[in-house]
Design a protein around this ligand. Structure first.
Ligand code: NAP
Length: 250
């Protein structure tokens, strides 16, 4: 254990989470790479970080599961020390369809994975960071989506609504804990090159939609990671309850 700042990045093994892990580790944070099932991706990333002199651990935990989240935070605290930053990034989307085709099972899966998970991780972070509970403060960055604003018609309104809930969580929690040393901010990525679009059933979705993006291209996970890192760092010390669109102007 040492005085290094500690960051938990949920869904840190792949995509935007992995780019965020790399950036925090490069900037001397001790990082927890949380993953759900892709142990190979998480371990490979951990090896890469360590080979470059960074400090990290991997922790398997389904962040939609309450006891997993409690175990995740307890493990990080025990192995890396007091938690300074939580990046709520883990998320899922399901196959593209119209609302009238959606089952309750699907809708609930999206909401529990994208909303309940963020609430549970925020809860565990606040319990540790808040000056009200003897903590020294900290920062939470929630990864929402441009979908919270567009509504994602004909694709996945359930996913878009889950990100709307993330925005409201950010707003409410930022005010609830502002006087307790905790800043809570939000990044809304646009169309970013990750595996997520394949989960929606259209791996080449960005190629189809790029012409609608004012900057005329999809974004890279690294470009989102920079925004997350800035909002987590002291450079954004007067920002809380803020929403940063990283969407090429969409
Ligand atoms: P991705 O490449 O599909 O990666 C998702 C990550 O989340 C994986 O590491 C996965 O773990 C993890 N995960 C999912 N459910 C989990 C759970 N219940 N517990 C723990 N980990 C879980 O996705 P991405 O594109 O990087 O997305 C990251 C975030 O950005 C998400 O919140 C997404 O909604 C948001 N976003 C993405 C885009 C985009 O265009 N890509 C746009 C806007 C917003 P495993 O590796 O173990 O499977």
């Amino acid at each position: 254990m040492n005085n290094q700042k500690v960051a938990i990045i949920t869904g840190g093994g792949r995509g935007i989470g992995a780019a965020t892990v790399r950036l925090f580790a490069k900037n001397d944070y001790a990082v927890c790479i949380n993953y759900q099932s892709n142990v190979e991706a998480a371990n490979q990333l951990a090896q890469e970080v360590k080979a470059q002199g960074g400090q990290c651990i991997t922790v398997q935990a389904d962040v939609s599961n309450e006891s997993d989240v409690e175990r995740l935070f307890a493990t990080v605290e025990r192995e890396l020390g007091a938690i300074s930053v939580l990046v709520n990034n883990a998320g899922i989307l399901k196959k593209q369809m119209r609302l009238e085709e959606m089952s309750a099972e699907r809708i609930n899966a999206v909401l529990i994975n994208n909303v309940t998970s963020y609430f549970l991780c925020c809860r565990e972070a606040v319990k540790r960071m808040s000056t009200r509970h003897g903590g020294v403060g900290g920062v939470i960055v929630n990864v929402s989506s441009g979908a919270a604003c567009s509504g994602s018609p004909n694709e996945y309104i359930d996913y878009a609504a889950s990100k709307g809930a993330v925005d409201t969580l950010t707003k409410g929690l930022s005010l609830e804990v502002a006087a307790e040393g905790i800043r809570v901010n939000c990044v809304r990525p646009g169309l970013i090159y990750t595996d997520m679009h394949a989960s929606g059933g259209e791996p080449d979705r960005i190629a189809r939609l790029a012409k609608n993006i004012p900057l005329q291209r999809g974004g890279l996970p690294e470009e989102v990671a920079e925004a997350i890192f800035w909002l987590a760092s002291d450079k954004s010390s007067f920002a809380t309850g803020s929403f940063l669109n990283v969407s090429g102007g969409l």
